[in-house]
Design a protein around this ligand. Structure first.
Ligand code: PGA
Length: 252
């Protein structure tokens, strides 16, 4: 049985004070890490503040990182520093990074290798655009993103990987994929991992759904055979909603 994972991607939201308020508000009520993994990915300057206050249950993730170990990359953050300050997860290849910061599939692949080198758990984001879904190309698009992202990764790494299937047309739009659409594509991704590696790896890898997830639509997603949790943007900014969604994962 795969342990569910509820991850909040705060994007470019919350000041330090607001981030700390959130952490204090959820601290005592999160489900045990024995049953549900909960992660918050804040803006980089408050990562260390949140790691120090994460408590027993919560873990902290970065929203991106650079693929190089160190060097002249003004404004970027290294995997070495993330590991050094106690960060456990890192989102790689979010569609907003791909769209606004020209992150390619090959760069995503190099970043995954680098994240594993520093013992970070990557949350790899893949997903199709609206015109790709409407043109019946969803499976081709996610298969290509996945194949390039996983190049050269070993079984032991892919078992620890988290994949987030995020249809781009559902992100921040209030337009969630239906449970059937999400489950169908996520089952396809799991089969693809099985074909590339083996059944054991495909049964271990956790695959999340992301895109306008909220406390109302999450429970049905969690009842499916293949959806192991969610990567949540907007609804993760509210402490009460985050707790409700973590609780839904506990009760699934
Ligand atoms: P959303 O964002 O929940 O606000 O749609 C999801 C994401 O971008 O990870």
């Amino acid at each position: 049985m795969r342990k569910p994972l509820i991850a909040g991607n705060w994007k470019m939201h919350k000041t330090r004070d607001e981030a700390l308020q959130f952490i204090y508000a959820v601290a005592n009520d999160l489900p045990s890490r024995q049953y549900v993994d909960t992660v918050i990915c804040p803006q980089a300057p408050v990562l260390r503040d949140l790691v120090k206050r994460q408590g027993e249950q919560l873990r902290i993730g970065a929203q991106t990182m650079h693929e190089a170990t160190e060097g002249a990359y003004t404004g970027e953050v290294s995997a070495a520093l993330l590991e050094n300050i106690g960060v456990d997860y890192v989102i790689i290849g979010h569609s907003e990074r791909r769209e606004h910061f020209a992150e390619t599939d090959d760069a995503v692949n190099r970043k995954l290798h680098q994240a594993f080198r520093y013992d970070l758990t990557p949350i790899l984001c893949i997903g199709e655009k609206l015109e790709e879904r409407e043109g019946n190309r969803t499976e081709d698009v996610v298969a290509k993103q996945l194949d390039i992202a996983l190049k050269g990764l070993g079984k032991d790494q892919v078992e620890r990987l988290v994949i987030a299937y995020e249809p781009i047309w559902a992100i921040g739009t209030g337009k969630t994929a239906t449970v059937e659409q999400a489950e169908e594509t996520i089952a396809f991704i799991r089969r693809r991992v099985k074909e590339t590696y083996d059944e054991a790896v495909s049964e271990q890898v956790r695959i999340l759904y992301g895109g306008s997830v909220n406390p109302e639509n999450l429970p049905a997603m969690l009842k499916t055979a293949n959806i192991d949790g969610a990567l949540i943007g907007g609804a993760s900014l509210n402490a009460k909603d985050f707790l409700t969604m973590a609780d839904a994962a506990l009760k699934r």
